[in-house]
Write a protein that binds this ligand. Sequence first.
Ligand SMILES: C[S@@+](CC[C@H](N)C(=O)[O-])C[C@H]1O[C@@H](n2cnc3c(N)ncnc32)[C@H](O)[C@@H]1O
Length: 272
Amino acid sequence: MTSDRPVMADLQERAHGTGHDYDAGSPHLRHPRLRNEIIARIRALVAEQYERRGSCRVLEIGAGHGSFTDHIAAMGAQVTVTEMSRPSLEHLEARFAYNPSVRLLYDADGEAAFSDDAEYDLVLCISVLHHIPDYLTFVGRTLDRITPGGAFASFQDPLWYPRRSRLNKGADKAAYYVWRLGQRNIVQGVATRARRLRGRYDEGNPADMVEYHVVRDGVDDAALEQLLEAEFRSTELWTYWSTQAPLLQAGGSRLGARTTFGLTGRDRLPKQ
Ligand SMILES: C[S@@+](CC[C@H](N)C(=O)[O-])C[C@H]1O[C@@H](n2cnc3c(N)ncnc32)[C@H](O)[C@@H]1O
């Protein structure tokens, strides 16, 4: 698998290149209610660490343009950020140029978080696990870096498709296509969809490889929760509706439909 990693970095870069607008296609960035809910949850986790130890060291995986890094840094935390897209890293370098509390790591192979033996009080993955092929192993390895009493949180990944009803998946897809119709690259979208229906993936195509688990089976929320349960005194699975189009976001939330999840582990147990 080692030789595949630079390929993935190249694909991530093509999908998140110079001028990429993270907000446009990301429900958790474009809908204020959802974005604010995630910010509030992150702030509470940072505050808990301050109360516990008077400081907070955060590892944020795949920060994009730093929409959430801003809030963590504003609370005075020491933040280490990894980012696989060089153009996005350059954006972060400009954004945090004079902030010595923010350490930025270019993540060409998905290993940057493990390149030294640093420990963290909070590890954050926001809208990133679905990009990582073997996310269970990856999360397990990040848990090893969390100090006793520390926390892990991940937000904005698709719930595991095999446990969702046909109606739920249908509504999710329909909401996506309503939004997609108003976007450019419709032809490309249809071609991608056709490949997915045939269960075929093009390993050179960012559409199939970057949204890795969105185009496959979603992210296994239960397996992740089980992983966290073994390491933390408490865990919380938060499930919610998330889609791109604003009216459908409001409608789906009101109906209580759930397509997406966040997962938090608090108070890490002492390491064995
Ligand atoms: C959907 S964006 C989310 C960005 C940001 N977390 C947010 O919520 O605004 C996913 C980001 O993760 C980066 N990425 C994907 N896989 C990664 C990995 N294994 N390590 C570090 N960054 C990764 C991508 O380059 C991209 O910037």
